[in-house]
Design a protein around this ligand. Structure first.
Ligand SMILES: [Mg+2]
Length: 203
């Protein structure tokens, strides 16, 4: 049985933190896993910036409510889900994902959680588990599933390498250059063709 694991931000929806940076005018929040590969360091910096600027969870959620999936993402996902099981593996947080998951037809999502205090300020985050994307792929493979993983950044590479098949979607040149053997796609139609035909393994 075939399963597709997709990253969320950069693949199906815009980078949430960049949208928050734009709406709040706080440029420091533009950093993503594309810039800082250490996720813990990145999240600590984000939480510190939010605290310093008195931005709470509700402020961020109201920004996220104005974000739409990337053009063509919903149609891509609907078509894919008609013939493949699909799970979204994301480093985002349940508190962030709601409105976007609604717009995408409520696909299965495994992600992390934010810890928020009584004043609505984000204090820390709780990982589902360390290296959760890769470990989800390992677990799915242990269940006898043939897994294809697709992502756009550094935090997707371990799940892509752990999968039976993998590809980059709209990845920056830097990552594509470092991993020249991975198929790389820009348009949903070509990614869909790859996923439905199950192109050769990256191994
Ligand atoms: Mg991403």
């Amino acid at each position: 049985m075939k399963l597709v694991c997709l990253d969320l931000e950069g693949v199906l929806v815009p980078e949430i933190w960049i949208s928050v940076a734009e709406k709040t005018g706080i440029d420091d929040l533009r950093l993503t896993t594309r810039d800082i590969t250490d996720y813990d360091e990145l999240m600590r910096r984000r939480i510190e910036i939010l605290t310093r600027n008195h931005i709470g969870l509700d402020d961020i959620r109201s920004v996220i409510a104005t974000i739409n999936p990337l053009p063509g993402a919903s149609r891509f996902l609907d078509t894919l889900r008609a013939s493949r099981q699909v799970v979204i593996l994301s480093d985002t947080f349940v508190q962030f994902a709601d409105s976007l998951m609604d717009q995408l037809g409520r696909p299965t999502l495994f992600c992390n959680e934010l810890v928020v205090d009584s004043t609505g300020m984000i204090r820390r985050y709780k990982l589902r588990q360390q290296d959760g994307k890769k470990r989800a792929v390992d677990a799915f493979r242990s269940m006898g599933l043939e897994v294809t993983a697709v992502g756009d950044s550094y935090n997707d590479l371990s799940m892509i390498m752990a999968a039976d098949h993998g590809a980059l979607f709209r990845a920056p040149d830097r990552i594509a250059t470092e991993f020249p053997d991975l198929p790389r796609f820009v348009e949903y139609d070509e990614l869909l063709a790859f996923l439905l035909n199950h192109a050769k393994s990256h191994a």
